[in-house]
Design a protein around this ligand. Structure first.
Ligand code: SF4
Ligand code: SF4
Length: 103
């Protein structure tokens, strides 16, 4: 059996994300269940685990993340990454959401 590794092109995450298209469903399919929990959260795992930089907690904010839902890849990682089970997550409304050009 061959042990040759497949050739993987050296493409940056930003360039890969640029190939993703999103149909805006008109409202966010992501949120937080209880903003007060985010205020007390010091680790912001939602930011750490998201591959698409959807979650942002600004230095000078109250600690509640802003959510750029239109960048979401619908991988679901943030649901499990939040240690307080504080992520509200559902698929975008029918017809909305991520469109992967290459399947
Ligand atoms: S969603 Fe979870 S991980 Fe993110 S700031 Fe709120 S409590 Fe912390
Ligand atoms: S589902 Fe994935 S891409 Fe979307 S916000 Fe959560 S971690 Fe980020």
């Amino acid at each position: 059996m061959s042990t040759a590794q497949p050739h993987v092109p050296d493409v940056s995450i930003e360039d890969r994300l640029y190939t993703v298209k999103y149909r805006d469903a008109g409202e966010s399919h992501l949120g937080v269940k209880n903003p007060d929990v985010c205020v007390d959260c010091t680790t912001n795992e939602c930011m750490q685990v998201c591959p698409a930089a959807v979650w942002t907690v600004e230095e000078d904010s109250d600690g509640v993340p802003s959510i750029a839902y239109e960048n979401c890849l619908e991988c679901g990682t943030c649901r499990f990454g939040c240690p307080y089970d504080n992520v509200e997550w559902e698929y975008p409304k029918t017809g909305g959401g991520v469109v992967f050009k290459q399947g």
